[in-house]
Design a protein around this ligand. Structure first.
Ligand SMILES: C[S@@+](CC[C@H](N)C(=O)[O-])C[C@H]1O[C@@H](n2cnc3c(N)ncnc32)[C@H](O)[C@@H]1O
Length: 212
């Protein structure tokens, strides 16, 4: 029997406890962030052009980003650790598929996806645990599939833990996170940094990558 690391159950419990509040916060957020929408639109265009299959949003929370990916004409579905988040996502978007699961051990066959999106979902993974996540993203993506990551950027510091409102999270130097992706044989297509909005604390990092 395999046992999940304790940080995974702690993260799931923390998001279960705030799921309804988080869904209220997340609703309407994308409408306020044009640069985020721009990199999502670019990702969708790359995936559609490659014609390589479905897109998994890993760590999908209440599902609004999965629905946005669907609106960008992608065959999108969501996976999240938190059963309460998955319940909310299924209620809000009954036409979309959502499953409980962890993105480091996906119930998906090798090489079947055209895209993977991790939108602020690797942020809670302790840094030393993160390399296998990229190996798993690579495993489930078809050759030529695309990966999009959004995360808190560390603004010149090394990887740093901080008191995220839900559970301990980590801010990453964009080059270090890109380095983990290169080690898993991804190539970078582009990156985007945006400064925090007035009510936000940290610079935001985005990486768009392709599986070789
Ligand atoms: C900050 S929320 C982001 C939710 C959504 N992507 C969004 O943009 O609103 C982080 C989500 O990642 C999920 N998560 C964290 N670690 C995960 C893992 N290893 N596998 C699957 N989901 C995970 C949490 O349960 C939570 O719902």
């Amino acid at each position: 029997m395999t046992t999940s690391p304790s940080y995974l159950s702690a993260t799931a419990e923390a998001y279960d406890a705030v799921a309804v509040r988080y869904a209220d916060f997340a609703r309407g957020y994308l409408a306020q962030v044009p640069l985020d929408r721009a990199i999502l639109a670019a990702f969708a265009e790359f995936v559609r052009a490659a014609g390589a299959g479905a897109v998994a949003e890993l760590g999908c929370g209440p599902g609004q980003m999965t629905a946005h990916l669907r609106d960008l004409e992608l065959d999108a579905f969501g996976v999240d650790l938190s059963p309460a988040m998955i319940d909310l996502a299924r209620q809000a978007y009954p036409d979309l598929r959502f499953e409980v699961g962890s993105m480091d051990a996906l119930d998906l066959a090798d090489g079947t996806l055209g895209g993977v999106v991790s939108w602020y979902s690797v942020i809670h993974t302790p840094p030393e645990e993160l390399p296998p996540y990229f190996a798993e993203f690579r495993r489930v993506l078809a050759p030529g599939g695309h990966l999009l990551l959004a995360f808190f950027e560390s603004e010149g510091d090394p990887v740093t833990a901080f008191d995220h409102a839900v559970a301990t999270a980590y801010r990453w130097p964009i080059d270090d996170l890109a380095g983990l992706a290169y080690e898993a044989e991804f190539v970078e297509i582009g990156r985007m940094l945006r400064e925090p909005r007035e009510e936000e604390r940290f610079r935001r990092g985005h990486l768009l990558l392709r599986r070789q």
